[in-house]
Design a protein around this ligand. Structure first.
Ligand code: IVH
Length: 664
């Protein structure tokens, strides 16, 4: 390839990938498959490398990959201050009074917006290009975490439209509740410790030294401040609009108020709305809207005098710890759990709270019988915040972790450098159960009807000890179980048998190897082609795969080094499970290399079937019609995509036309 054609191809790839990113993140409607996306990204990365075409705003910068031994320290040209807090109406009225004492009867407005509970970031753009992403640090100087910040999709690498040569932006990185719960769950499934709340998860992620790991974390960003070099006298409101025009995300929950009464009503409105928001907020920030007045009001050493935070009431409750029980996880981790006297908190009754680990209990000196304050951490997981100091109560004994597993009585171990105690008995019943449940779960083998209750009975009745035993179950075994009718037994046998068709990456994920989540499993199968080959690979060979670190490689090796695990793999293979990638043979046809868009419902083919057929014949399916679309395959009730195709003069096919094309 000549340098010129490489340059052209790189340009094209960047366009495609930027558009795909936009479709995926802004419109939540992917246009190309993950596989196609990865393939194009790899092509871009290797062309940029081979032809020295790196560019800081290329979508390849989003993938991360740079390892930083440490972060450089950067000084903030304008300090990143904190905010003074207020907790009630009176304190807000006092703030208003202080402001009016300075501004007299000149008319000014307030800008009210949410206070996001995440981690503050500073962004710097020069000539529209993102050149720096930094943490707040001590307010005067922070860490240069640009490589990590570049992986956040909400942060444009290049500003859109008209922008001044230097732009400083501040805002908050955070995680949405749902994404946080999913992320934590997958961490736990992989034997990693869960984060206590979205804020910690965000901060922990942004400080990772490997930006390719940061790229996989669901971190989002809201901009809340814009500093311009030439000190334009724009209102805050106008600045927010600018930010949004340039492609940054700003929160919609905001408003301009002309007096304190309006502020109070907006605040109470936001306090009600907060529960329905998909992210955490711990209050509202009230800022003077006009820049001139801000300058006149000035700052104290720590916080501006032109702004104040109003903190929402923390969602806390007081209750008693009735007992401390121990939970055994899939990988044997023992988690102490507080069994609480049920109490109402933020709309739900809370009966249990995680105590995380032994150290945490010691640090907070939590004992059975204690009165404690509990809080919804990040408004999701209840946590014990502190023990209430009731001098009169007689306290129980200090908590001691037992020496033996509460479920199987084997001796617990605590590895050096780890906080968790573990039961390492692979036949420990709760671990067996959780492993089987994981194997059968939707992201893995997706065996319908194999829920907790059924697994529990199968294990208790000694019918299964490992997931491989599932494939030896017979109808007669199942009908003996409680509440298992003939029909459900038959369905379950069928579902187990059907699961043999699941692809190898799902099987690998289902094995439940520590640190091997669904994505890692996919990467490993793509790299090695089969579970057998992976089982034979050395730690170094595994760690060499892009995106796979030593920690994962060692864990994989450790798993396959155990004869019992190899035996299980051998059995799964003999039952006919998929152990290798299924490389689909593509057939050369009239549609090879052509781009399709599907719309409406086709007479005989489902969307997935049509896509599979197109791909099998060398075509590609995208989500939206553009001048690059070759064909629109339209069925009944086709909508706007059909209109667009007509407008652009794209050929529209009926299902029968399509069949004719691929059969010739
Ligand atoms: S304005 C000088 N606006 O709160 C003005 N801060 O206590 C300071 N924060 O570390 C920032 N949401 O990370 C502002 N809408 C918002 C905010 C916000 C969250 C955080 C910010 C800062 C802390 C200040």
């Amino acid at each position: 390839m000549t340098h010129e054609s490489a340059f052209k191809r790189v340009k094209k790839l960047r366009e495609i990938l930027n558009e795909a990113n936009r479709q995926y993140y802004d419109l939540a409607s992917p246009t190309i498959s993950d596989r196609e996306f990865d393939r194009l990204m790899e092509e871009l990365i290797s062309l940029e490398r081979d032809y020295d075409l790196h560019h800081p705003t290329s979508p390849s910068a989003r993938v991360g990959g740079g390892l930083s031994k440490h972060f450089d320290v950067v000084k903030h040209p304008v300090p990143m201050l904190s905010l003074s807090n207020s907790y009630n109406e009176q304190e807000l009225r006092d703030f208003d009074k202080r402001v009016r004492q300075v501004l007299g009867d000149r008319s000014f407005t307030y800008f009210v917006e949410l206070k996001f509970d995440g981690m503050a970031l500073r962004l710097r753009y020069e000539n529209g290009e993102l050149v720096l992403g930094a943490t707040r640090g001590n307010g005067q100087q922070g860490d240069d975490i640009t490589t990590n910040v570049k992986t956040l999709r909400d942060i444009p690498l290049q500003l859109h439209g008209d922008y001044p040569s230097v732009v400083e932006i501040r805002g908050e990185a955070y995680m949405e509740h749902e994404a946080f719960v999913r992320f934590n769950k997958s961490r736990q499934e992989n034997g990693e410790t869960a984060f206590a709340n979205p804020r910690n998860a965000t901060a922990g992620s942004l400080k990772l030294q490997d930006s390719s790991l940061v790229a996989k974390r669901p971190i989002r960003f809201f901009a809340y401040d814009l500093l311009l070099e030439d000190n334009e006298t724009l209102t805050h409101d106008a600045r927010m609009h600018k930010l949004s025009d340039w492609g940054l995300r700003v929160c919609e929950e905001r408003g301009v108020c002309t007096n304190i009464e309006e502020v109070l009503s907006k605040v109470s409105n936001l306090e009600t709305r907060r529960k329905s928001l998909p992210y955490d907020t711990d209050g509202v920030v009230i800022k003077i809207n006009e820049d001139v007045y801000r300058q006149e009001l000035g700052n104290t050493a720590k916080a501006p005098k032109w702004a104040i935070a109003y903190k929402f009431e923390a969602e806390q409750a007081q209750t008693v710890i009735n007992d401390i029980s121990l939970q055994v996880g899939r990988l044997g981790t023992i988690t102490p759990v507080a069994e609480l006297e049920p109490v109402l908190l933020a709309g739900t009754t809370v009966k249990r709270a995680s105590l995380h680990n032994e150290d945490e209990i010691k640090r907070k000196d939590i004992r059975v019988g204690d009165y404690v304050i509990i809080e919804k951490a990040g408004e999701i997981i209840p946590q014990v915040v502190q023990v209430v100091d009731l001098k009169t109560t007689k306290r129980g004994q200090s908590f001691r972790m037992p020496d033996h597993c509460p479920a199987c009585a084997s001796k617990l171990v605590r590895q050096e450098g780890e906080v968790a105690w573990k039961c390492i008995n692979t036949l420990c019943p709760p671990q067996i159960r959780i492993k089987i449940e994981h194997f059968a779960s939707r992201g893995a083998m997706d065996i319908d009807g194999l829920g907790e209750a059924v697994v529990d009975q199968l294990v208790s009745a000694d019918l299964i000890k490992t997931y491989a035993d599932l494939y030896t179950l017979e109808h007669n075994d199942l009908v003996k179980l409680d509440r298992m009718a003939e029909k459900s037994a038959a369905n379950l046998i069928e579902a187990i048998s059907e699961s043999k068709k699941q692809v190898a990456e799902r099987v690998l994920f289902g094995l439940g190897i520590r640190f091997v989540g669904a994505t890692v499993a996919k990467d490993l199968i793509a790299a090695f082609g089969s579970i057998h080959k992976l089982a034979e690979a050395s730690t170094e060979e595994i760690a060499n795969i892009h995106g796979i670190g030593n920690k994962i490689a060692e864990s994989v090796r450790e798993f396959f080094d155990q004869p019992a695990n190899l035996e299980t793999i051998h059995r799964l293979n003999s039952y006919g499970l998929q152990m290798e990638t299924t490389v689909r043979d593509t057939v050369e046809s009239k549609i090879t290399g052509q781009t399709f868009v599907l719309t409406g419902s086709l007479p005989t083919l489902s969307r997935n079937e049509a896509t599979a057929l197109i791909e099998k014949h060398g075509g590609k399916v995208t989500g939206s019609v553009s001048k690059n679309t070759d064909f629109v395959l339209a069925g009944d009730a086709a909508g706007s995509k059909l209109d667009k195709a007509m407008k652009l003069g794209v050929t529209v096919l009926k299902e029968e036309d399509f069949f004719r094309m691929i059969s010739l």
